[in-house]
Design a binder for this molecule. Structure first.
Ligand code: ADP
Length: 663
């Protein structure tokens, strides 16, 4: 076995690989960009080397530099994790030339399966089904349009080199085909440097079910059953589970055998995944192969009991696969959710910054694979995943209940997260029934319903008021409360605090109930009343007691706002200032904001579809911005006229920059 390996990755996957290495007595070498100098994966490695500036192209993707480090430190092998160089066949070649073992498949197998078109062709030769479509050589617009008409609409334009949902466009009618084709090509070129596309019939309400395979150098190949990853946003997985609620033992065996056949035909070695989609008749079709360890591999580890990274290391070190197909079975049920620093209510835009507080859930059947700890950064340069929460239960129902409980226990302050959305999924009736498909979030209105949330729970408002009260020097302020700019005011009836949440104002009054001031009578607006006591725990915990009843929340103050976390949901409460300050702060700015359309994040303008003076309609796409390798449309918020477009195609704009002025 290797004595020392280099991990050519960062974040949670680098740490996850290090854990297994440590158990196997293998020393680990981390590499890091300037942005990651103090990142957790660097702190946890045995050795760490700087490899360049923050942008991945100048650090985590620099083959020569990484191989130099491997040589210098005496690493015998490199684990690529997922993303970055993990599916780069030139890197595999370079490792071989440098005499360093690449922990993954041979370059030829990777190259073959890295082309979705070639992979589909190979799949057809072993008699496994693929989605009907066009995978021909011609990339001519006319030919593609003709083929599209033959296949029929709706269909998908896909990038042959694609991954991560990039370079993929749905087309619902012929009139939109050429425009979507151009968009898919642009995105594919920017992301993969290859704009070859193919066409596929769009399967309606499909489930995404994938099979994990494992093969050694001696031709032994097994599968480790399936993972269902149907709950997706923008064609990217956010919830994964095993077993799939829909697979029968017969179908599992059939799909498993097909996956093994495809992998063998490709000459595949090490861990890989065959992705399939299932239509509503449970007919399965091969989509593509991922020639690496997947983000969602832990669910397979929990139900099969095998450590996939350990298997990868054993295979790469030249050992024979020690697991026979008959030894593989699924026990219990595992579910993974991906906790992202992103805002589901605003098109899933990444939310970068410092995670001031990260309290991970604990308890039986709970595994958290995370790349960060409290006070770590989510940087704009890399994937904004904070952690993977993986739960295990003896059956699906137990696992779902555990998922719900764990999400409620998870506290993250400092960046916007998708935890509330994940919690809404975990408590959704259709999810409980296992009725998932790739359009699940839309169908269940889990994105829109969340935006129109009701008032915050009483406990949240009471906790906010008690927190503010406990942060004040009560005796001195009580002398002259009007000198304080704090959120509360002392009146004859007690302390009054006002909070704003989603443009509504809530007034909370607290009145001391005894001389020790440890019990307070509260009143919310003119409604809820009762007695409460509070205790500040270890940051960020805050305990409210209503007689014997206890409610634990987390509270943190940030940039003048109070962030209160309760049952997995974070409520950001504004504090109302005295009337004069309030109006000064808001005067005029709202009107301006509506006139100026700004860049949601730093990126490049790839298309300007309007010009100064043009009359435009609400929702019309004016400008397309490419950021984090995805395209974001900037649309007219109302019917109106474009006063001025501030940038031309090709310009790089900062997040928040005014791109179009409307009137
Ligand atoms: P990528 O490699 O970019 O992730 P995939 O081919 O793996 O692209 O597809 C990603 C997701 O897109 C799938 O999980 C599925 O939800 C959806 N998808 C892909 N192909 C089809 C299809 N032909 N019909 C319906 N949905 C599809």
């Amino acid at each position: 076995m290797f004595k020392k390996i280099l991990i050519a990755n960062r974040g949670e996957i680098a740490i996850r690989i290090m854990r297994t290495c440590r158990e196997m007595g293998i020393r680990t070498v981390a590499i890091y960009s300037e942005a990651d100098r103090y990142a957790r994966h660097v702190r946890e490695a045995d050795e760490a080397y700087a490899i360049g500036p923050a942008p991945a192209a100048q650090s985590y993707l620099r083959i020569e530099t990484i191989l130099d480090v491997a040589h210098k430190c005496g690493a015998e092998a490199i684990h690529p994790g997922y993303g970055f160089l993990s599916e780069n066949a030139a890197f595999v070649d370079a490792c071989e030339q440098a005499g360093i073992v690449f922990i993954g498949p041979p370059a030829e197998a990777m190259r073959l399966m890295g082309s979705k078109i070639a992979a589909k062709h190979l799949t057809q030769t072993v008699g496994a089904p693929t989605v009907p479509g066009y995978t021909g050589e011609s990339q001519d617009d006319e030919v593609l349009l003709k083929e599209a008409e033959r296949i029929g609409f709706p269909l998908l334009v896909k990038a042959s080199a694609g991954g991560g949902g990039k370079g993929m466009r749905e087309v619902h009618q012929p009139a939109h085909f050429l425009e979507q084709l151009a968009g898919a090509r642009r995105e594919a070129k920017a992301s993969f440097g290859d704009d070859t596309v193919f066409l596929e019939k769009l399967i309606i309400r499909p489930r995404h079910v994938e099979i994990q395979v494992l093969g050694d150098r001696y031709g032994n190949m097994i599968h480790l059953c399936e993972r269902e990853c149907s709950i997706q946003r923008r064609h990217q997985k956010i919830v994964e589970e095993s077993p799939s609620p829909i697979l029968t033992p017969a179908l599992r065996a059939e799909m498993g055998a097909a996956a093994v056949r495809i992998a063998q035909a490709a000459g595949y070695v090490n861990a890989g995944t065959m992705e399939f989609i299932l239509d509503s008749d449970r007919q399965f079709y091969f989509l593509e192969m991922n020639t690496r360890l997947q983000v969602e591999h832990p669910v397979t580890e929990l139900v099969t009991g095998f450590d996939l990274v350990r298997q990868q290391l054993l295979i790469a070190a030249g050992e024979k696969l020690a697991i026979a197909q008959e030894q593989v079975s699924q026990r219990g049920h595992a579910i993974e959710v991906r906790i992202y620093a992103e805002d589901p209510e605003h098109g899933f835009l990444p939310s970068t910054g410092t995670v001031n507080t990260f309290v991970a859930p604990e308890g039986p059947g709970v595994r958290v694979d995370s790349g960060i700890e409290s006070n770590d950064e989510i940087s704009q340069y890399y994937d904004p995943m904070i952690a993977k929460l993986i739960v295990y239960g003896e059956d699906r129902q137990a696992a779902v209940a555990r998922l719900q409980r764990s999400l409620e226990q998870c506290v993250i302050f400092g960046v916007t997260t998708n935890i509330a959305l994940l919690h809404a999924i975990a408590t959704n009736a259709a999810f409980h029934e296992g009725l998932t498909h790739t359009g699940f979030l839309d169908e269940q209105h889990l994105l829109t319903a969340r935006a129109q949330q009701a008032a915050p729970p009483d406990a949240v408002l009471i906790a906010a008021a008690c927190y503010d009260l406990s942060s004040q020097q009560i005796p001195s302020v009580a002398h002259n409360p009007w000198q304080s700019l704090g959120p509360w005011r002392m009146t004859g009836e007690g302390y009054k605090c006002s909070y704003t949440y989603q443009e509504q104002t809530y007034r909370v009054t607290l009145r001391p109930q005894n001389s020790l001031q440890d019990t307070w009578a509260y009143m919310i607006d003119a409604g809820a009343v009762g007695d409460v006591a509070y205790k500040r725990g270890n940051q960020p915990f805050f305990l409210l007691t209503f007689g014997p009843l206890q409610v634990q929340l987390s509270v943190q103050q940030m940039q003048g706002h109070l962030h209160v976390n309760f049952n997995g949901e974070t409520y950001i409460l504004g504090r109302r200032q005295p009337p004069d300050i309030d109006s000064a702060a808001h005067g005029g700015s709202t009107a301006n904001a509506q006139k100026a359309l700004t860049a949601p994040m730093t990126g490049t303008i790839v298309k300007v579809q309007t010009h100064d003076g043009e009359r435009v309609e609400a929702q019309q796409v004016l400008v397309i911005l490419s950021a984090m390798k995805m395209e974001h449309a900037i649309t007219a918020p109302y019917d109106g006229r474009v006063r001025h477009v501030h940038y031309q195609e090709g310009a790089v704009v900062k997040g928040g920059a005014v791109i179009v002025e409307m009137e």
